[in-house]
Design a protein around this ligand. Structure first.
Ligand code: PLP
Ligand SMILES: N[C@@H](CCOP(=O)(O)O)C(=O)O
Length: 420
């Protein structure tokens, strides 16, 4: 199927040199610019506008990402993973808004995607693109979520395809177990994420597997963008003032911008939001480059928020460009602030996010305190991953339960001590 024309995609454009390429499934980076030659999918917005409108969308009962097909870079007839990806809930939370010092806050729980993170949105696209390329082995390097989403989405194809996964050995056991349950070949690398990534690239290139690394593959950001498209639709096309995401490689927040940019181009929304990108203090190379206006300097990966522990992000240019275009900002949070927020969010909303999943909302607190976000501004934040994936860190946030012998007297004493 390689080379089949995509109805609404014009070209792939290099964000560094502007060179255009035919949108082939295996056209990864711009060959002239190497690692900096990240490609962007360019759509024919006029054609989309002629063929598709809000009424069509309203009439479509499919709650998954495939409801946005004209804005996705795939051939509609290619078989899709059967898991329900996307359509995650958006809650308005008065309690959390008050705690953060703002009037309006929306929480999108992307941890309710089928494998527990926003990454399902990207991996579902990768599974489709691999088939369009005629490849049945798909591989990636991952801190865990990209991997589990790829493995799960591939498993849903029923033995048609295989996932080969490279994870750093520090990946949380919950995420690694998910991979094994989904039947992936799992390679646990004794090294950093950067070393793991490098190894995966070498293997993918040598073996000719389909590359699901969003640092390389321009189609994955197109899946990630569906989170902001969903937010817009869930808010009846009235965009909030701020969209907030945690940032590792930078692809997710770049995708969020692409989503709202697309919607503006086809006239579905009038207002674009500002983006707030949140990194962890222990690994914040993109914030550093954004604030100082310098090129990216790789850093060690030293944070409990493993999913955003990316020492040498590859999508930083796209992310910084998106945040700047939006008139947005970046901020860092400490591991302790992340742990505190896991607890606060869980206790006040019933949403359980993994550390990277709640880094965004921890960043809102700081951004309000620093005057970046005004109390009158409306904010939507995506909780990007489910807390059940990383119980060890969740335990650090909440400690252990009360323990007792099966004895009524002891129970009574304990309850009295805790005023119950
Ligand atoms: C839970 C979670 N949050 C945030 C991110 C950050 O996304 P990106 O690396 O695209 O910036 C990731 C990436 O894996 C993630 O898994
Ligand atoms: N932290 C990410 C890194 C890779 O994800 P990708 O979607 O940017 O390729 C993860 O989930 O593994």
């Amino acid at each position: 199927m390689e080379g089949k024309k995509l109805k609404y995609v014009k070209d792939l454009v290099c964000i560094s040199c502007g060179e255009k390429y035919e949108p082939l499934p295996t056209q990864y980076l711009c060959p002239k610019c190497g690692e900096k030659g990240i490609l962007d999918v360019e759509y024919d917005y006029e054609k989309i506008k002629t063929d598709w409108n809000k009424q069509d969308l309203k009439a479509n009962p499919d709650p998954s990402i495939w409801r946005y097909l004209p804005l996705l870079p795939i051939e509609p007839t290619t078989p899709k993973p059967t898991l329900r990806v996307g359509g995650t809930p958006l809650y308005k939370s008065k309690v959390m808004a008050k705690l953060l010092g703002i009037e309006t806050l929306y929480l999108k729980d992307d941890g309710l995607n089928p494998t527990g993170s926003l990454k399902d949105r990207a991996s579902a696209i990768a599974v489709v693109k691999a088939q369009e390329a005629g490849m049945n082995i798909v591989s990636c390097a991952s801190t865990g979520n990209a991997a589990s989403s790829l493995a799960g989405n591939i498993a849903s194809m029923g033995n048609e395809m295989k996932a080969v996964i490279f994870v750093p050995s520090r990946a949380p056991i919950g995420k690694v177990t998910q991979l094994l349950i989904f039947g992936a070949l799992v390679l646990s690398v004794k090294g950093s994420y950067e070393e793991t990534f490098y190894l995966s690239q070498e293997a993918i290139n040598k073996r000719g597997w389909y590359n699901r690394n969003a640092a390389i593959n321009p189609y994955l950001v197109e899946g990630k963008k569906t989170s902001s498209i969903e937010i817009a639709e869930q808010l009846n096309w009235e965009m909030v003032d701020w969209l907030v995401y945690s940032v590792g490689d930078g692809c997710t927040i770049a995708g969020a911008w692409k989503g709202v940019y697309d919607l503006k181009q086809i006239g579905f929304i009038d207002k674009l939001p500002k983006l707030l990108g949140v990194q962890s203090e222990g690994c914040a190379p993109i914030t550093e480059a954004f604030k100082k206006g310098t090129d990216l300097i790789p850093v060690p990966e030293n944070t409990i928020a493993d999913s955003i522990a990316v020492g040498k992000p590859r999508n930083y240019m796209k992310a910084i460009k998106a945040i700047k275009e939006s008139n947005g900002d970046m901020i860092n949070v400490s591991d302790q602030e992340i742990l505190d927020m896991m607890k606060t969010l869980g206790k006040n909303t019933g949403i359980f996010g993994e550390p990277a999943g709640v880094a965004g909302i921890a960043g809102i607190k700081k951004a309000v305190e620093n005057g970046i976000i005004k109390s009158s501004e409306s904010v939507a934040v995506v909780i990007t991953g489910n807390g059940l994936k990383d119980i060890k860190n969740a335990e650090k946030a909440v400690g252990a339960p009360l323990t007792l012998r099966p004895d009524l007297k002891e129970l009574s004493q304990l309850l009295n001590d805790y005023n119950f």
